[in-house]
Design a binder for this molecule. Sequence first.
Ligand code: HMG
Ligand code: MG
Length: 300
Amino acid sequence: MSHNAHIQIVEMGARDGLQNEPTPVSLAVKQQLITQLVEAGLHRIEIGSFVSAKWVPQMADTDALARTLLPHPKVTYSALTPNLKGFEDALAASLKEVAVFTAASDAFTQKNINCSVAESLERFAPLFARAKEEGVRVRGYVSCVLGCPYQGATDPAKVAEVTGRLLRMGCYEVSLGDTIGVGTTRGVKTLLSRLLQDTPASTLAVHFHDTYGQALANIATSLDFGIQTIDASVAGLGGCPYAKGASGNVATEDVVYLLEGNGLSTGVDLDRLIQAGATICKALGRRNGSKVALAKGTPL
Ligand code: HMG
Ligand code: MG
């Protein structure tokens, strides 16, 4: 593990977390979550998705939420935008960063956004053009990088192809999603060895769901490969509505503990973060998915 880097954490709780929680939460609860995350020192926060409310009702108030956010000099708020309509809505709500999402699997993309991978990239083209005009930064996601719930094993060459396309189209960073958490360190090594042949580590992030308990090991391996941006979800909230069996992202608290314990700075106040996780778990009536939060005890 390299010891010279500041690692960025991209906080997924309000989006990847809440999009898959069966208990709906109010706008006020979302606002409080985001406030607490900012106060804990998280500077990159995905707040929700500009997607169809018929597909993901939990994200229906993303527009209202975005409009309540006060600009913060250090914080970037972003949201998922599957097409130009989502982008225009995000822009109207004053977001300065959005994220497009596709996959290394056609079957998954079809279930998730109702089109093939190639069609999804076509849909993104006008979005990238508008984002460039408006000075909005675009992040990209590639799902199923280590396996697909419908197609099984994923070919690293396919991940490299889609990642390269997204970067060339205008993403400043692509997040590699192990959507169903099946990957192990061997798969991560094979994947990153392939990707880093033609993609700088500074343009990649990793996004591990912890379904099989492999996320922290996979993150440690990714750090060894020079990856410096890690997606995580407070209290391990979440999953993906179109990936059966997916559990939440790796818990942010556990990632901060891993990083700080290895001398890598995150700028995150762990106690405050644990407080944020405890508050949202209480609102959801859900168990806390962070081992570190459980070990340190639930704050009052
Ligand atoms: P569609 O049905 O193919 O689209 O859905 P359409 O263009 O035919 O439109 C259908 C309806 O949706 C229309 O409304 C549109 O106006 C509306 P109607 O006439 O029926 O009333 N619509 C929209 N509404 C709001 N916002 C929009 C929008 N676009 C069209 N942007 C669509 C295509 C992409 C909209 C749909 O499939 C969708 O919303 N999917 C949601 C997918 C999603 O949010 N999945 C979860 C996030 S991805 C994830 O979790 C993975 C990740 O974490 C990484 C990892 O773990 O691997 C990122
Ligand atoms: Mg995800």
